[in-house]
Design a binder for this molecule. Structure first.
Ligand code: AMP
Ligand code: ZN
Length: 471
């Protein structure tokens, strides 16, 4: 079955055809490590995790590269704002290098908590300064650059189809860029490739270059590192939709101007996580929540957020609220209980069941439908081992840690503090039911009731509660 992905370049779903058959090279724009990632950022990284897992499930050899932006990202994504790393350093009274190291570790921890597969390559902008300088040299040699008092700029008027990714009239892109009011730029959409260190100000992060002491423009690192770490295999490039008009547009312009080759063929963009009132979650809005304060500190399983993001297609906006998260956690726990009730024999999922699942994930990563296929199977007449086999197979893509459901279920049973005797009887009854020994199961039910527990068999397996004699 083929894989279809929605390409922002063509504004349609396209059949995925990699450069080298059977392989997939992916570049995902990574975090600026001046603060914790927020749930909005993480929603975008989760959709990329679904992409990587879907490709792996389909048998592709995946190589995913993710950059760590530890220099050069100015607030507002433009060329005139404050430096985000220096800002983090001033806020916390630590060096920019310490800030970068600390928040890089924090980011990797969040990735783990949300069960995201680590990229094959994590690369830091500061480890790739010569490569970035080299790219500017190539652009200079080809006549795409000019120098102003504060840096080296890319002349967007010289690049044909500059609006190819955004599909916006050039005038509109220019209007968007005009807020910056940089009188030395030839065109409002021009962007810096290299910024000079301000005169009389010692920056913490700065490097010598043929044009003067300074630091790279933010967009440059992604071009230089895509070319370096993916080589020819530049298939898919991802980010959030806010990257379309400026960051990715500029990445394409400078890369293709320098190399004369197509930069990436497929451009995938995830929609925003919004907060009450449809406002985008953003650090600049100060309305953001992190894994720590929205999940861990509230004792909500971080995978509940993963589950919530699976329930909304990645190109649709998603609303954050604590209530939504708690509902997602209930849904996830219900799924765990249903899995736990299947016993531990793992069988083969029938081809028919798998086909429907694969059809969903290969239709532009339609995870809401993929989840519904799983629920349909759990409710079906399929034998329990086949159900369990299907669930564990699908979990290679869903990443909900379903294999842990059995031990997790036992843990919650312990929390209810059921007496050992009742737990043994429940286990024996579950076994009897699996073996379709209904007579034994009924006898065990009587034993359990006699000990003062009410037993029901629901879709989530056996449920017990203490009989309340006062009623
Ligand atoms: P940044 O650190 O700002 O470069 O953002 C990291 C990633 O998160 C980028 O791919 C952004 O497009 C994405 N992003 C930022 N805000 C949100 C949001 N509210 N919802 C979804 N993705 C976001
Ligand atoms: Zn990027």
């Amino acid at each position: 079955m083929e894989l279809f992905l929605y390409n922002t370049l063509s504004l349609q779903k396209e059949k995925f055809e990699p450069i080298k058959s059977g392989e997939a090279g992916i570049y995902t724009c990574g975090p600026t490590v001046y603060n914790y990632a927020h749930l909005g950022n993480l929603r975008t990284y989760l959709f990329q995790d679904f992409l990587v897992r879907t490709l792996a499930y389909k048998g592709y050899k995946v190589k995913r590269v993710m950059n760590i932006t530890d220099v050069g990202h100015l607030s507002g994504d433009g060329d005139m704002g404050e430096d985000k790393m220096e800002k983090g350093s001033a806020r916390e009274g630590r060096s920019a290098w310490d800030i970068a190291a600390y928040y890089t570790d924090a980011f990797k921890e969040d990735m783990d908590l949300l069960n995201m597969i680590a990229p094959d390559v994590y690369c830091r902008a500061t480890d790739n300064i010569p490569e970035q300088i080299d790219l500017v040299k190539q652009l200079e040699a080809k006549g795409f650059t000019y120098v102003t008092s504060d840096g080296v700029y890319f002349d967007t008027a010289k690049f044909p189809d500059y609006n190819r990714l955004s599909h916006l009239p050039l005038e509109e892109l220019r209007e968007g860029a005009r807020v910056e009011k940089n009188p030395e730029k030839k065109n409002p959409t021009d962007f810096s490739l290299w910024k000079f260190s301000p005169i009389g100000e010692k920056r913490q992060m700065e490097w010598e270059s043929p044009w003067g002491l300074g630091f790279p423009g933010w967009h440059l690192e992604c071009s230089a590192m895509s070319l370096k770490y993916l080589g020819e295999q530049r298939d898919i490039h991802c980010g959030g939709i806010d990257h379309i008009n400026v960051h990715h547009t500029n990445e394409i312009a400078q890369s293709e101007a320098a190399t004369g080759e197509t930069f990436f063929r497929y451009w995938l963009h995830g929609a925003f996580l919004n907060i009450a009132g449809g406002k985008k979650m953003a650090k600049s809005e100060n309305n953001y929540l992190t894994v720590a304060n929205a999940l861990v500190n509230k004792e909500i399983n971080p995978l509940a957020f993963r589950y919530a993001t699976l329930q909304v297609h990645y190109r649709k906006p998603m609303d954050y609220s604590e209530n939504n998260l708690r509902q997602a956690e209930q849904g996830l726990n219900s799924l765990y209980r249903q899995i736990a009730a299947l016993g531990s024999d793992i069988g083969e999922a029938g081809a028919g069941a798998k086909d429907e699942f694969v059809e969903a994930i290969t239709d532009d990563l339609n995870m809401p439908v993929a989840l519904s296929v799983l629920f349909k199977i759990l409710k079906s007449e399929m034998p329990m081992p086949a159900k369990l086999g299907a669930a564990l197979d699908f979990d290679r893509v869903l990443g909900l840690n379903l294999a842990s459901a059995i031990s997790r279920f036992e843990e919650t049973a312990q929390k209810l503090e059921l007496p050992e005797e009742v737990k043994c009887l429940l286990a024996a009854r579950q076994k009897a039911r699996q073996e379709k020994d209904w007579e034994k199961a009924d006898a065990l039910r009587v034993d359990i009731t006699n000990l003062g527990y009410n037993l029901t068999d629901g879709p989530e397996g056996q449920q017990v509660e203490l009989i309340n004699h006062e009623e």
